[in-house]
Design a protein around this ligand. Structure first.
Ligand code: SF4
Ligand code: SF4
Length: 382
């Protein structure tokens, strides 16, 4: 008698179909073993939208009574496996009513497995993860974050590869045999079955001991009890402008004090202030009003507000002045302009190192053999 749970953390809209395919695949495979299960989505307490971390779950039980008992809780909270479909989400997710960044391992049970699609080595991924007391395993399925499943992206088998990997780390939930049977039935192609088997065999797993991870604190917050709630619905307005101590001139718009977009983006702009012509185009075109106008007339992308869309890079008329770089390359959200004003030479060195790791612009695979080429390129860089 047992229940197994799988949580899939993904980027809203972009990876929704992949997450659905995975959770559905788990339940269909479990049915082949005579178990009963359910797959369901869960918004991050707001309508799912581009890039926002979101979740889906698959719960599998031996009996219907067990499944019903398990589902009486608000959400699965002791998952056997948490699948992370974009490794930049290892820094945390903000999907609890916008109440701050929370560890991606928050709902993983002690001894469970965090299964991540990534081209990063384990030490770097562990450095992105919040420290926790309970040990767990980190399983890495080598590959870039995929947008396969959106109509403009080709199917790159990421869904079945993760299903094959899942059968390796949690055979008590579904075995590889039942998983491949389900894949053959749903997708009706042997190629998908082969992909799942290869992912199963190639998966690398690393132990993460108690206390490993970064020292970043999860956001703490107090939810208001019913005695503190206002009698009516109150929507507070934003101030038009924030005062910045010590600044004369410049302009910082008012912003939400609780909703920060740290986990929303997979890339961030890096600005070369030495070549900026102060043309203002980035400031005008940014859809999230993310740029702060500094007292010296430069434009600093405020990382509390930036969603990582890349519009500023696209509109900047100066070659190389704005470069979008993978979030995986950063461990804080400090102001780049302040860093530049403190030591311009050191900033230039920092900038050249960061833009060397800008991400690929394509998500998923576009030709046969691209996966092998990507893995080879990564091993040459290491
Ligand atoms: S990437 Fe650039 S344009 Fe997009 S939200 Fe961030 S600062 Fe604004
Ligand atoms: S678009 Fe480029 S050159 Fe123009 S203000 Fe922004 S960073 Fe500077």
């Amino acid at each position: 008698m047992s229940t197994g749970t799988v949580e899939v953390v993904y980027r809203g809209v972009f990876q929704k179909t992949l997450a659905k395919n995975i959770c559905r695949g788990v339940v269909l495979a479990a049915r082949k073993e005579g178990k009963i299960g359910i797959a369901f989505g869960r918004y991050g307490d707001s309508p799912e939208r581009n890039g926002i971390p979101a979740k889906q779950f698959a719960v599998v039980s031996d009996t219907e009574e067990e499944l019903q008992e398990y589902l009486s809780r608000y959400e699965p909270s002791n998952n056997d496996v948490t699948i992370v479909m974009d490794d930049t989400l290892c820094k945390g997710v903000e999907s609890w009513a916008w109440a701050g960044l929370q560890p991606v391992t928050k709902l993983l049970r002690s001894g469970g497995t965090l299964l991540v699609t990534s081209l990063q080595p384990p030490a770097e991924l562990i450095g992105d993860l919040h420290r926790r007391e309970e040990p767990y395993s980190l399983a890495i399925l080598e590959g870039a974050a995929s947008f396969s499943g959106m109509f403009v992206y080709k199917d790159d088998h990421t869904d079945v590869r993760l299903l094959g990997a899942l059968a390796r780390v949690a055979p008590h939930i579904v075995t590889l045999h039942s998983m491949t049977e389900a894949i053959a039935e749903v997708w009706k192609t042997d190629l998908k079955v082969t992909s799942a088997k290869q992912a199963h065999d190639r998966l690398a797993t690393f132990p993460v001991a108690s206390g490993q991870g970064n020292g970043h604190a999860a956001t703490r917050f107090d939810l208001p009890g019913w005695t503190k709630m206002a009698e009516g619905l109150v929507i507070r307005g934003q101030s038009v402008r924030q005062a910045v101590p010590g600044w004369e001139g410049g302009y910082v718009p008012g912003r939400s004090t609780t909703f920060k977009k740290f986990s929303t983006r997979s890339m961030r702009p890096v600005i070369n202030f030495d070549t900026c012509k102060k043309c203002r185009l980035c400031w005008l075109q940014c859809p999230d009003t993310s740029f702060d106008l500094t007292p010296d007339g430069l434009y600093d992308a405020n990382l509390e507000a930036c969603c990582g869309c890349g519009v500023c890079e696209a509109v900047c008329p100066v070659e190389g002045c704005v470069t979008m770089v993978s979030e995986a390359a950063f461990d804080n959200n400090a102001s780049q302009w302040r860093m530049w004003t403190q030591d311009r030479k050191a900033y230039a060195t920092w900038l050249s190192k960061k833009i060397a790791v800008r991400p690929q612009r394509a998500h998923g695979f576009h030709h046969r053999g691209q996966y092998a080429e990507e893995l080879q390129a990564v091993s040459q860089r290491r």
